[in-house]
Structure formats: C-alpha cells, structure tokens
Design a protein around this ligand. Sequence first.
Ligand SMILES: N[C@@H](CCC(=O)N[C@@H](CS)C(=O)NCC(=O)O)C(=O)O
Length: 272
Amino acid sequence: MLACRVLIYPSFSVLRTSSRFFSAPSSSPSPTITLYQYRICPFCCKTKSLLTHLSLPYTSIEVNPLTKSQFKNLESIGDDTYKKVPVALINNERINGSNEIIDKILEISDKHDIITDDFINDESMKWYNWCDTHLAVRIYPALTETFDSSLTAFSYLDNVSEFSTFEKLSAKYIGAFAMKLAGGKIKKKYGIEDTDHELASSIETWKNDALNSAPFQGGDKPSIADIAVYGVLKGLEDVGGRWFEERVKGDKEVEEWFSRVEGVVGEINSSH
Ligand SMILES: N[C@@H](CCC(=O)N[C@@H](CS)C(=O)NCC(=O)O)C(=O)O
C-alpha cells in the first residue's frame, strides 16, 4: 500500500494519504496562483511544467535577480526571509521552494485521473529527486561556463517587458558576471569537474536508466519525473545554446521523448 512505504525525499503529502484515490472531483473554483520566478531557473520551470500539466492557471512575476524588488509585494506574508525563487502565492498563502509548491499543487489539484499510483510512486520519486539533485544543479554551471555563455543565458532579460532598460542592462551584465562566479561555487559543492561532460552524462542516464526504451519514465504515460525533467530542459530551449541542440535535440531518443511529453503537457509559456 502506497501510504505505508518508506518514501524518498521529498515526501509529498499526497503520498501520505490514500484519500486522493477516492475523493470526488473538486467543485471548488480554481485557486489563485502567482509564481515569483526567474525565467531560466530550472526549479521554476519544473514547477510550471506541473502547473501546465494539471491545467492550473497561474500568473508569473519575473523577479529581478539583482534587486529582487518584486519580493516587496510579499513582505510580511509567511516567511519573508526566504530570497530564492520559485516562491508562490496560492490563495494568499506564501509557499517557498519548488518542492513545497509542488506539494501544495498536488494537494489542491482535482486531476485525480492524472495523479495516480502510476504518476507518483517510489520509482518516479527516485527520478524526481534525481532531477533536483543531479540534473537541475548541473544546468547553471553549464550555462555559465564562460562569461560569454553566461551573457547569452542572461539575454532572456532583454525580453522582460516589465523591466526598465536600466534594470535589463544592469541585471544582464552584473547577473551574468555573478552567475559565472556562482556557477563555480555550485561546481565545487556538487563535485562537478567537466560541466559539459557531466551534463551530457546526466542526459544519458535519463535516457538509459530512467526511460530504458519506454515511451516515458512512467511507462505509457508521463510520471511526475517526466514532467519535472521535461520542465527543466524546456526552460533552457531559448538559452541552452550549443549543448541543448546537441544533447536534447541532437539525440533521437531524447528528442522523441521530449516531443512526446510536450504533446501531453502542452506549451509552457516561458514568459508566464
Ligand atoms: N531548493 C530550492 C532551490 C531554489 C534555487 O536554488 N533557486 C535559485 C535560482 S535557480 C535561486 O533563487 N538562487 C538565489 C539567487 O538567485 O539569489 C527549490 O527547489 O526551489
């Protein structure tokens, strides 16, 4: 019985109760969801992928990575010492961190036909966790390997219409420089030596060990891990440069899996 298993972190609350399998579809109105994000943050993209898959409408607020001034809207709501993204406001409750937000999304979703034992189980949670601890942490170091590639990644700021020209330029150049330095710290923390090689081998691991020739990690339908990994990779489509083309689009099996998930999830709009 699912509820009695020892689960791998993060243990979402839907996994601790079996009531979701018997509850009637909710008739309550759609929750109001606002997501504070960086467009290129893998943890934000993972969260948006699930929101889109569960057809939960949301509004996103692009956070200036330098000033984080948008967080002022959230002052005095919940724990306002947290300064990372994503942060969500769900029906006026502040939720910090992608896994905490996803926990809440799973709890409030009425898509009981999607959130099944096949969608979330020990195996899919193992890969979901791998997505956070192996794949997502290798994205920033790869994007910010050189100052030039970091600048390319931060070019997304050119298209943030809410920012003034000064905000765009300052966040782009200072952000690119700061991320180049931060990328080095992340590499040290996770023992990453050859960024490009390790990201490539993470994608190989996903292909060979998670998909293992099946259409999805979840089998015939995407699991929560498919949705998470797809979100992380999708977020980089515009800024991923060479390695995205080579490793995702350039590998037939990965590319076909990517298109299959895209077909099920639908388009995630990177700007909201
Ligand atoms: N465990 C967190 C990690 C979030 C995270 O590391 N976010 C990064 C952006 S990808 C961040 O906000 N870093 C701090 C900063 O940019 O100042 C989660 O899953 O949400």
